[in-house]
Ligand binder design. Structure first.
Ligand SMILES: Nc1ncnc2c1ncn2[C@@H]1O[C@H](COP(=O)(O)OP(=O)(O)OP(=O)(O)O)[C@@H](O)[C@H]1O
Ligand SMILES: [Mg+2]
Length: 284
């Protein structure tokens, strides 16, 4: 499939920290998950791709536009939606006013058309009933949905979501998954998250980052397969385990190098992720 976002050699340093270290990637329509430990460089990568900070070196294109040029940057910005890790709400704005404000920044000048679109995106994230409520009076989950609505303004072809499901209860997370899956139909979505289940359930592709580098790029099934034969059950804690814990049934679930004849268990995507970090000697 032709990539909609394509990057090569992106690097960015903050003082002595290599936040991005020679990152290259190609994204296509659908939801791509971005996993990595705290400080891996996920937010930095999303900020660069959302054109909110420039990389020190490297290049990328968004839907055929080169954000390295002023004209290309403007075109790319018109076509992308960004939900930052900490959305900067004006707390006294209502949900409607906040999304309308973003729509104005997106150069939607016709008031009637704009208001129709603001109502439509708020409706899409089930916030019609509270659109007149001040953002500061909404729950955390509702606020995340306001931020998603704002990112969806203008029907962007590239949607950048930085940990949108953090702090949500299981029901809200499920609802958010539905919304993200819907958003990923025909759009390129890059979703940073610490929730390996979200990646297993939503994503057609997953990237694992650590230390500013991409350690893995493949399908969720391929990431899970990295842990095949490396998860086992035992009655005592196994010395060969990188991690092991007593489960609710009383037996130990171990991840690492099993002894001969061990009772192997079905791996999860989280096992594959943790072993990928471990193989690269990155502390999870
Ligand atoms: N504005 C900044 N100034 C200085 N250092 C920064 C800045 N932003 C990020 N860093 C550093 O760059 C590295 C990558 O940070 P980044 O926020 O991209 O990580 P992350 O993967 O998003 O982590 P988390 O999972 O905690 O959100 C970290 O070492 C961080 O301390
Ligand atoms: Mg982050």
């Amino acid at each position: 499939m032709t990539p909609t976002v394509s990057a090569s050699g992106l690097s960015l340093r903050y003082g002595g920290t290599r936040a991005l270290d020679d990152v290259s990637l190609r994204l296509s329509p659908g939801v791509t998950g971005l996993l990595g430990p705290n400080g891996a460089g996920k937010t930095t990568l999303l900020r660069v791709l959302a054109t909110s900070v420039p990389a020190d070196s490297g290049a990328f294109t968004v839907l055929g536009h080169d954000p390295g040029t002023p004209a290309g940057r403007q075109e790319a910005r018109r076509r992308l939606g960004y939900l930052p890790q900490t959305p900067g709400f004006h707390p006294d704005f209502t949900a409607f006013e906040f999304v309308d404000y973003v729509a104005i920044l997106k150069e939607m000048t016709d008031r009637a058309v704009r208001h129709r679109e603001v109502r439509a995106v708020l409706d899409g994230v089930d916030l019609s009933d509270v659109r007149g409520k001040r953002v500061k009076k909404l729950s955390g989950g509702m606020r995340q949905r306001v931020a998603l609505a704002a990112a969806l303004i203008g029907d962007p072809g590239f949607l950048v979501l930085d940990e949108p499901t953090v702090g949500l209860d299981p029901e809200q997370r499920m609802r958010f998954r539905e919304l993200i899956a819907q958003a990923g139909e025909g759009r390129t979505v890059l979703l940073s998250t610490h929730q390996t289940e979200d990646v297993a359930m939503l994503c057609h592709r997953v990237l694992v980052m650590a230390g500013g580098r991409i350690l893995f790029d493949g399908t969720p099934a391929e990431l899970t397969a990295r842990a095949a034969g490396r998860v086992w059950s035992s009655t005592e804690r196994d010395p060969g385990a990188k991690a092991g814990w007593r489960t609710g049934t009383g037996s130990f679930r171990n991840v690492g190098s099993p002894p001969a004849g061990a009772e192997l268990l079905e791996p999860t995507l989280e096992d594959g992720y943790l072993l990928t970090l471990d193989d690269a000697e990155v502390p999870a």
